[in-house]
Write a protein that binds this ligand. Sequence first.
Ligand code: SF4
Length: 407
Amino acid sequence: MFCYQCEQRARGTGCEVLGVCGKKPEVADLQDLLLYSLMGLSQVVLEGIRFGMQARRYGEFVVTAAFSTSTNVDFDPQRFVDLIHQAVALRKEIRKELESSGYDLRLEEGPTTFEPAVTREELLSQAASVGLFSYPADNSDILSLKHTVLFGIKGVAAYADHARILGQEDDDVYHFIFKGLAAIQQTGLNLDDWLRLTLDCGKAAYRAMELLDAGNTETYGHPIPPKGPLGHKKGKAILDKADDIVAAVKTGRIRHFFLVAGCDGAKPGRSYYTEFVEKLPDDCIGMILSCGKHPFFDKDLGDIDGIPRLLDIGRCNDAYSAIQIALALSRALDTNVNDLPLSMILSWYEQKSLSILLALLYLGIQDIRLGPGLPAFFTPTVLNLLVEKFNIMPIKTPDEDIKEILG
Ligand code: SF4
């Protein structure tokens, strides 16, 4: 086994004997083989789409299967055996249908012709040659972006799968997933092409989050602040209006917003985020999001003219709402999002947070600070590319970062 898709990876490089998450080698290897099967299925689906085939049900399958390989989602080896066989059966079904309609499919030997073995032991032996480092790539930087797209797709798949359950789907999201998975097994794309695919993955993530938001609000209703007493009251609150915030920014009573968002985790370095929030100057507001907020969401930082200094935006599934708040603020203040007095301090852990990061990059957001460690699958060249294009940077210490941001 080799897996380095999440921030927990062993020794900062990757899990090779047993996952820090508890994933066993057998499961890791079957997941590799499932992904290989999905890449072959995606290549054939794209051929089918070219010939006018409806691909939604294949999209639904690929999304559910790709999501199952994300961190902590499924550790049942038999489920992966079943999914591998289903993926190949679907691939054959499409091929048969296209060929019976007179289309001449010329598929190269590889994932599109892969035949899964019958026993689990034999499947494991097949898996040995299709791991992460078997993907064709001219150099380690292209391989790095292939892994980035693959792990980003898992995050997109998580949101798309949840959205589908709530009745929201978009064939464009499925189409990107087919395209990304198919491309991983192909050669011919250069580093710029892969950077474009990485941002396309961010675009698909943004759309999948939008679908999930629509699924949630259409199923459960838009969150509406209920009527309640006005005035100050000690404790938690639901913030009811945006005008006060805009006015406070315009008059300088609010100097800066910090979106402190991302995943929780066990590493000691994550205390950075609690310390960061505690050290925010009195004229700054912390907007907090996702499970990474749990160590500090109940801190009492007081308020600025009645506006709580710690605003809880919700769960990671609400990342779309946080982006909409930033966009609304930029419209209200008539400025670009990157010129807002807003900084993003993110913690990542698994593939959903990676897909959110890619969505932010797709939207052109600059100066993101990321921690507690950077993804092990970024090579120095890929990291430099992201620094050059987006000025993304690792977190330092809360004091240094706050000082740098506020100047
Ligand atoms: S998901 Fe994370 S912790 Fe689990 S095996 Fe992969 S890198 Fe290791």
